[in-house]
Design a binder for this molecule. Structure first.
Ligand code: SAH
Ligand code: SF4
Ligand code: F3S
Length: 461
């Protein structure tokens, strides 16, 4: 078999696309390798969300040039969001690239590889298939490949929100939902093959079903349907948008035992004025109102978020309001970013009002605050029992006699524990007593193994 080296940048959607390409390529005669020097085909699945991510990809592509010079038959492909955004420019910049393909082309990867292998002319496929329904037809799993205990299922692609700073609507196109039947069938198949947790995936999951879905199914209805699948222990979704959050979805957190009490809900800023400039479509009060409604429904719920600092026109006062909001909600975790001007986005043309130094300082202050909030939240678990879904061996255990496992609590804390009696397997639900915390990670001792407990109140004194 020929060998393909696949490299993924960016978000979980790209990870899912890479997995799909791996499976499609396998069935056409390519086996995935971790050794780039053995590859007949190299595909870099790219991201363009921030400038830093793009720099990384450009420098990486330079490193493949000598390999291509040594082996002219080597095929080099660039897929994903940067490929979509830059198209032909990439080939002009790096003529050793054989093909450039946007995210909508993933299912045609075999075709484009074949086309690239029969001609030296670089291929560029960056059309959006505007009329086609969004479907991910089932393909045979790779032989011997285990399903992760926590498995992602795409439910919607694209984004129609057009936040003023974001490239995603341009790189992933319009929102399109998969049918509920197809989603449930995939989730069922993953559970049959060993998944215990399903994470519904999309840039905007709660816009699910809002357009062109036949028969129409609302996001909360999808949650209820997936929750019924026998064998499912935990259900999550990411990423949802505050603007599309319905009371019915809030109610689902009360109704569905398998829907865990953790929600990643990006807020970006704590200033109404900045939120308006960002075109997020909601203000601070609406965000806090939603958080409160969720807390009323599921009192032990925890939240994580995304924050941008240094957005054009953000003042020191605006920034302080972001810190105040973070404190008010008490996020257990935040992904914090310095604003990065991106091509084609409206905000890229707006005057940058804070210096690089100022942006860095603001970023550091959000990080410091979040570290404290995470610390405070984590301390509350000390001495308590938590239910852990075991995902795999922790890196630390690889050189030791006693296996050390890593997993997640329902509230998405990463946790590690030892298994001196060799009782545990990936996919097990075990009870662990929390003994310590290091940043976003907890560690503890296993109290009980093979426990099947899908009740939400899984933290006990
Ligand atoms: N669809 C999700 C998030 C998509 S991108 C949502 O709307 O919430 C993930 C995160 O990257 C965003 O939430 C935002 O915080 C950050 N991000 C996106 N564009 C950015 C930019 N131009 N500069 C800095 N951060 C950005
Ligand atoms: Fe980007 Fe906004 Fe869409 Fe999220 S909702 S992907 S931030 S445009
Ligand atoms: Fe990056 Fe595209 Fe995801 S820009 S974050 S890979 S949707």
């Amino acid at each position: 078999m020929k060998q393909v080296f696949l490299e993924t940048h960016g978000c979980q959607m790209n990870v899912a696309d890479t997995d799909r390409m791996e499976a499609l390529l396998f069935h056409s005669g390519y086996l995935r390798t971790d050794a780039v020097e053995n590859a007949d085909l190299i595909i870099v699945n790219t991201c363009s969300i921030r400038e830093k991510a793009v720099h990384k990809i450009y420098s990486l592509f330079g490193t493949y040039r000598p390999m291509k010079e040594r082996n002219p038959d080597l095929i080099l492909g660039l897929t994903g969001c940067l490929a979509q955004q830059e198209g032909e420019n990439l080939v002009k910049r790096a003529p050793h690239i054989n093909f450039v393909m946007g995210p909508d082309g993933v299912d045609r990867v075999v075709e484009i590889v074949q086309a690239a292998s029969t001609s030296n002319e670089p291929r560029i496929w960056i059309e959006f298939d505007k009329h086609k329904e969004y479907s991910i037809p089932e393909i045979a799993p790779l032989p011997g490949q285990a399903v992760s205990p926590s498995a992602f299922v795409n439910i919607i692609k694209g984004c129609d929100k057009f936040c003023s700073f974001c490239v995603v609507p341009y790189t992933r196109g319009r929102e399109k939902s998969r049918t509920a039947d197809e989603i449930c069938a995939e989730a069922r198949q993953l559970i049959d093959r060993g998944a215990r947790e399903i994470i519904l995936l999309g840039q905007n999951v709660n816009a699910y079903g809002k357009r062109d879905l036949d028969p129409p199914v609302a996001f909360h209805e999808l949650l209820y349907r997936v929750a019924e699948i026998p064998g499912l222990e935990r259900l999550r979704f990411t990423t949802s948008h505050p603007r599309d959050f319905t009371p019915e979805t809030v109610a689902a957190f009360g109704d569905l035992d398998v829907l865990v009490n953790h929600l990643h809900l990006p807020v970006q800023s704590g200033s109404d004025r900045v939120l308006e400039e960002m075109r997020r479509g909601h203000g601070v009060d609406e965000y806090l109102g939603l958080i409160q409604a969720l807390k009323d429904t599921a009192p032990d719920i925890e939240f994580s978020t995304d924050i941008i600092v240094g957005f054009p026109s953000e003042t020191e006062r605006d920034f302080e309001m972001t810190l105040e909001l973070m404190e008010k909600v008490g996020f257990s975790n935040s992904y914090m970013f310095q604003y990065s001007a991106r091509p084609n986005t409206p905000a890229a043309d707006w005057p940058d009002t804070s210096s690089e130094e100022e942006k860095k300082r603001r970023l550091q202050r959000t990080i410091d605050l979040q570290n404290r909030l995470t610390q405070e939240q984590g301390q509350r678990y000390l001495g308590k029992n938590v239910e852990v879904l075991v995902e795999g061996l922790s890196r630390r255990s690889e050189n030791e006699g006693t296996p050390r496992w890593r997993g997640r609590t329902p509230h998405y804390w990463s946790i590690q524990f030892d298994d001196p009696e060799l009782k545990v397997q990936p996919g097990d639900l075990v009870t662990v007593q929390v003994e310590g915390q290091r940043g976003q990670s907890l560690f503890g001792s296993m109290m009980d193994c093979h426990e099947k407990n899908s009740r939400k109140n899984s933290v006990t004194a």
